[in-house]
Design a protein around this ligand. Structure first.
Ligand SMILES: NC(=O)c1ccc[n+]([C@@H]2O[C@H](COP(=O)([O-])OP(=O)(O)OC[C@H]3O[C@@H](n4cnc5c(N)ncnc54)[C@H](O)[C@@H]3O)[C@@H](O)[C@H]2O)c1
Length: 309
């Protein structure tokens, strides 16, 4: 499908990953249509067809999918940190909305449907490190349960209708254009706070470890997955290694040359102690390898942030 004629719909196209995916697909010659609640402010917007609205709105989604060969479903209404406050909203907006999209994708004969799930939340507390795709799934937050449920529907639609689905269990992406004021995305937030001399808040003792993956490596994997023989299943995409939050802050201090004021507060119940994904399935099926170390990635992110000053 990697050719000059395919049309791709990206839900959540105005977000961090949506921006990078739009750019990557346009570079490859795809036509891109974005559906998002908010209109993009970035320059690429002149090159994409934009539909403003909610992905769960049936009338809107039918029009958005019309004529598309490929769908990347990135939009998500909740975050791990807040999803437990209102599981009703989490399930009704994300699960029902995605089922409506799957129905329209079947009707429109879409060739590939890729959903961005979450490698950091679907497994829960790991019993083995690194975590392979067949590890038990016991999420500690509603967001993880919702992602898992949607994965199951993608499998079902593959079995029932032959819709060519795949769910990406993504670890923790970071890099340029990530929001610095969100509660998701610690590297962007920590870098920004270090540069601007603000205090960093860390829940727990900072020893929780996360698998951080630089955005260009994420995009390489997304693009390779379009044509890869991986259907009706889930695939881990991460760096395959993990660093603690304290190690991340320590490195940011080293690069910026500033000591950061850290505030440690009570650990959150849903934060698993470690998340490190086994990426052998992705390596084998996508012939893909993450290229940017977390140190290089942080250097690039800081350089980009400083260029905005
Ligand atoms: N950022 C992470 O750490 C991370 C990790 C694993 C998985 N994910 C998943 O990756 C996907 C993309 O996340 P991101 O990092 O680009 O986040 P983001 O917040 O930057 O982008 C999400 C976009 O979705 C849009 N959106 C939200 N609800 C919508 C709705 N109902 N209808 C239309 N648009 C809607 C938002 O306006 C936003 O532009 C999400 O599904 C997220 O759950 C993110």
């Amino acid at each position: 499908m990697t050719n000059n004629t395919a049309r791709c719909l990206i839900t959540g196209g105005n977000g961090f990953q949506g921006y990078h995916l739009t750019k990557s697909l346009l570079t490859l010659g795809y036509s891109v249509r974005c559906l998002d609640r908010y209109k993009p402010g970035w320059k690429l917007q002149e090159k994409v067809e934009f539909i403003e609205g909610d992905f769960s709105a049936t009338h809107l989604i039918a029009d958005a999918i019309k004529g598309c060969d490929l769908i990347f479903h990135l939009a998500c209404t909740t975050l791990p940190q807040t999803s437990n406050e209102d599981p009703d909203f989490d399930v009704s907006s994300n699960v029902l909305g995605t089922i409506r999209m799957l129905n329209e994708a079947v009707k429109a004969n879409v060739k590939r449907f890729i959903f961005i799930s979450s490698g950091g939340t679907v497994y829960g507390i790991p019993s083995v490190i690194p975590i392979p795709e067949n590890h038990p799934t016991n999420p500690t937050c509603s967001y993880g349960i919702t992602k898992l449920t949607i994965e199951k529907y993608l499998r079902l639609y593959f079995q029932m209708h032959g819709l060519n689905t795949c769910s990406i269990r993504l670890s923790n992406p970071y890099g340029e254009y990530q929001r610095v004021d969100s509660i998701q995305g610690v590297i962007a937030a920590f870098c920004h706070k270090a540069i601007t001399g603000q205090q960093i808040n860390i829940w727990g003792d900072g020893r929780v470890k996360r698998d951080f993956i630089y955005i260009s490596d994420v995009m390489d994997a997304f693009i390779k997955l379009i044509d890869a023989p991986v259907s009706g299943c889930e695939i881990n995409i991460g760096s395959g290694s993990a660093l603690s939050l304290n190690e991340i802050v320590g490195y940011i201090e080293q690069v910026t040359g500033k000591n950061v004021d850290r505030n440690y507060s009570k650990a959150r119940a849903f934060d698993v102690p470690i998340s490190e994904l086994d990426i052998s399935f992705a390596r084998e099926k996508l012939q893909w390898e993450p290229k940017i170390s977390v140190y290089d990635g942080i250097d690039r992110t800081i350089k980009w942030m400083k260029s905005l000053e």
